[in-house]
Design a protein around this ligand. Structure first.
Ligand code: NAD
Length: 491
């Protein structure tokens, strides 16, 4: 059956909203309704609504990019409904129709309608999943890029805004003129300190319009930080077919995801919020411990498995994680080296979290690729892994396994694998990194001599000696034998 309100009671193979959707009222406007928002925030609200809560916190989606027109067509035809399919590692699928999105506006069609929607006092949160690029800051300097042509367009008097910044700022001004309280701007993008990042961008944009407006935004609008986590791959045609065949739902754009989900959210709102904690969200005063846990355990472990994994011939993440040798190496890294650098994380058992991670990486249904994890290493290793090494150097903690990950990256960036096949290194620093890696058979420290990436680590004797020995082993014995030696010392 085609997915729409009128057919909900006839769908038998799938869970449907237990609440009366006609009683919902929009309280949130969300920019960037993609896969992740629909697997995460919209799902949490649907949970609350199924418990009879948050009925005045339904979502009005907004798209500003040309590609979002398709989302408008699909959601309009389906009364905002879509199917969320959770893929368990054993192949079991659990599907639920989510009903928390009640409206969708495609901004290029009618920017004024989007602004007026956000000016409605019923809207108390404007949330975002607009990707890292959506914040418009420069990758190296961190400055808001005022010369972006769309930003320039929005700043020109008389123009209808096109960007997230132009639209949201116009709504903030309108509410201020009408004496309405400002809404909260809640970023759910995967950026460390995402709330702070959003604040910097919105205040910078407002300053370009009017310094007084910038002060108003800085003083009255709250930007809670959050840590969000749920692996949500891009929807495929096979997913669509499966939803039709297995669950009897004709859905133009279902979402698939893993069972795990987490959201740690700073309790800082300008104008109220739904009782998120009742749906399993960790509403906390400070999200930093959660962020560090995720970056140093999840993201750094992804780095721990990807270069060794690629060199050992693996192409899919679950194949690496299911190899006991790799799992032992990753547990060793997490237990001995990463966890001692973390503060206790309220409400999280870190040992259980580590086991969960290996189970999540092992989920064969998700089909995440090793190549995806090997990309943009020079942005990732310095943010996720090097802080662990530095901290352990300071405290006298173990560094061998995390140093081995750095050496595996250096070996990978030689651009040729153990069978002599080329490796496609994807990195904005690709040229200098490959050039350095190719010198390291003669000059073993060539790769880590790059101070822009590694800082002064090359001056640390303990680090250098561990690094040299692992790199030599990678050259002489290969990735698998090197890992065997590394884990043989672990109990
Ligand atoms: P997606 O491609 O399905 O959706 C991205 C949405 O962002 C689209 O609506 C797109 O139009 C919009 N967008 C992109 N650039 C924009 C811009 N400059 N201005 C305004 N809107 C813009 O991607 P997704 O999987 O939903 O992921 C979106 C974000 O969610 C990620 O970038 C990440 O920060 C976060 N996230 C994703 C996952 C995941 O596993 N997919 C996990 C955690 C966090």
């Amino acid at each position: 059956l085609p997915l729409r309100n009128a057919n909900l009671s006839s769908l038998k193979e799938v869970a449907v909203p237990a609440y009366d959707r006609s009683a919902l009222r929009a309280g949130i406007v969300h920019f960037g309704v993609g896969g992740f928002h629909r697997a995460h925030q919209a799902m949490y609200l649907d949970r609350l609504m199924n418990d009879g809560k948050a009925l005045d916190w339904a979502i009005c989606g907004v798209g500003v990019m040309p590609a979002d027109e398709r989302m408008r067509q699909v959601l309009d035809a389906q009364d905002g409904l879509y199917t969320l399919v959770v893929k368990a590692p054993d192949g079991n699928l659990e599907a639920r129709v989510i009903g928390s999105i009640v409206e969708y506006l495609y901004a290029p069609d009618d920017p004024e309608a989007v602004i007026e929607k956000m000016a409605d006092p019923a809207i108390r949160i404007v949330s975002l999943t607009v990707t890292e690029g959506g914040y418009n800051f420069h990758a190296v300097t961190g400055e808001f890029m005022a010369d972006n042509p769309d930003v320039q367009h929005d700043l020109t008097a008389g123009n209808q805004p096109k960007t997230t910044f132009g639209l949201i700022t116009a709504a903030i001004e309108r509410r201020r003129e009408r004496g309405e309280a400002p809404f909260t701007i809640m970023s759910c993008d995967n950026i460390q300190g995402n709330g702070e990042a959003a604040r910097r961008s919105f205040v910078a944009y407002a300053r370009l319009r009017d310094p007084a407006l910038a002060s108003y935004v800085a003083e009255t609008v709250r930007f809670p930080n959050s840590m969000v986590d749920r692996i949500t791959p891009v929807t495929t045609d096979e997913d669509r077919d499966q939803v039709a065949k297995q669950f009897g739902v004709e859905d133009g754009w279902p979402v698939v995801c893993e069972p795990f989900t987490q959201w740690a959210l700073e309790d800082s709102f300008s104008n109220g919020r739904p009782p998120f904690e009742d749906a399993g969200v960790q509403v906390v005063p400070d999200v930093e411990p959660y962020e560090l846990m995720k970056l140093r355990l999840l993201n750094a472990s992804h780095q721990g498995l990807c270069y060794f994994g690629w060199l050992a011939g693996y192409r899919l993440v679950h194949e690496v994680a299911q190899d006991r040798l790799f799992a032992k190496f990753l547990f060793g890294y997490m237990e001995r080296e990463a966890t001692p650098t973390l503060e206790p994380v309220p409400g999280v058992d870190l040992r259980e979290y580590q086991h969960q991670l290996i189970d999540r990486f092992s989920n064969a249904q998700v089909r995440d690729t090793v190549a995806r994890l090997c990309a943009e290493s020079s942005d990732r290793i310095p943010k996720w892994l090097l802080p662990v090494i530095r901290r352990n150097l300071e405290t006298g903690g173990d560094i061998l396994l995390s140093t081995a990950v750095v050496a595996s990256w250096a070996r990978y960036d030689e651009g040729v694998d153990e069978q002599g096949e080329p490796i496609d290194v994807v990195d904005r620093l690709r040229e200098p990194l490959i050039a350095a890696a190719r010198q390291q058979r003669d000059n073993p420290l060539a790769f880590i001599a790059n101070r822009e990436v590694f800082g002064d680590l090359v001056d640390n004797e303990r680090f250098v000696s561990a690094y040299r020995s692992v790199l030599a082993s990678l050259h002489h014995k290969g990735a698998k034998a090197t890992l065997e030696d590394l884990v043989s010392g672990l109990t």
